[in-house]
Design a protein around this ligand. Structure first.
Ligand code: G1P
Length: 291
């Protein structure tokens, strides 16, 4: 049996400007897809991969995320009094009992690499996961994307990055990998570059928001200078890791990714999840036909 991935980092300090004005007060990770906020899908995936320590890299405006995973004494006792067992289970189930949430702040928005580096004192020197909640990955009753990656990372003793093909004209929205296939789903990465223009991109294989990385990445992040967009990029540190260790794998995960960092992606995710719900699906289908 493979070793579980105990620690997972969630960089959640972003401003969410694509969802203004809602994100003036609602953290973008709290936007719901049906009845669950995006962060819950991300946490469920980490727990499915075996995580028991969740590290949220947050900022001073994101109290809602800590509140959401905290105990809601008043609500819970009201639901208990009224005998609403199912609702109580929902409220108490945001975080399993054996899992702890740790919050660290990113004092300045200096990029994804910098956000991950803020988790160094909690993660230490062991392999860990990174989940970007904007990328919601659904794999039905199958293994979550992060679990697929954790198993591969453990079997191969290497870092693993989730990838998927994107249209050639969209390479400048993603980290892009140059990789040699090993089998149907995995490939050996040769190099990585952050948000290249389509003309400069080595491929159209894009990094999506899931990573399994060794603790060594923290030292490399400390040495990483600002890159694309003037930010400290995780992609650049992984590229340095690649040059040092020679082995980081790209994994084409099983599942569907919804980019909930933009409106169309959030709508698609919501429609998809609604169609998975036998009670909602007929109403949604009828409404779409009417539209
Ligand atoms: C980040 C990473 C990028 C990756 C993307 C996936 O970019 O820097 O390499 O492809 O997430 O969602 P961001 O979307 O934060 O600009």
């Amino acid at each position: 049996m493979s070793k579980p991935l105990r620690k997972v980092v969630f960089p959640v300090a972003g401003l969410g400007t694509r969802f203004l004005p809602a994100t003036k007060v609602v953290a973008k990770e709290m936007l719901p897809v049906l009845d669950k906020p995006l962060i819950q899908y991300a946490v469920d995936e980490a727990v499915d991969a075996g995580a028991d320590t969740l590290i949220f890299v947050t900022n001073r405006y994101k109290h809602a995320i800590a509140d959401y995973f905290d105990k809601a004494y008043e609500l819970e006792s009201k639901l208990q009094e009224k005998g609403k067992a199912e609702l109580l289970a929902l409220v108490q189930g945001t975080l399993p009992r054996n899992v702890r949430a740790i919050f660290v702040t990113q004092p300045e928005a200096l990029g994804l690499g910098h956000a991950v580096l803020c988790a160094k004192p909690v993660v230490g020197d062991e392999p860990f996961g990174v989940v970007l909640p904007d990328d919601l990955i659904w794999n039905g009753p199958g293994k979550g994307a992060l679990r697929q990656m954790a198993e591969l990372a453990d079997a191969q003793q290497a870092g693993v990055i989730a990838v998927e093909e994107v249209p050639h004209d969209e390479t400048d929205k993603y980290g892009i990998v140059d990789a040699t296939p090993i089998d149907e789903r995995s490939a050996l990465i040769r190099s990585m570059v952050e948000k290249p223009k389509p003309a400069d991109a080595p491929s159209n294989l894009a990094v999506v928001g899931r990573y399994v990385l060794p603790g060594r990445i923290f030292q490399l992040l400390e040495q990483t200078t600002p890159g694309a967009g003037g930010e400290i990029q995780l992609t650049d540190a992984i590229d340095a890791l690649l040059r040092e260790q020679g082995k980081v794998l790209a994994h084409r995960f099983e599942g569907i990714r919804f980019d909930c960092g933009n409106k169309a992606g959030l709508v698609r995710a919501t429609m998809h999840m609604a169609m998975q719900d036998p009670k909602l699906a007929p109403t949604v289908r009828a409404f779409l036909e009417q539209l």
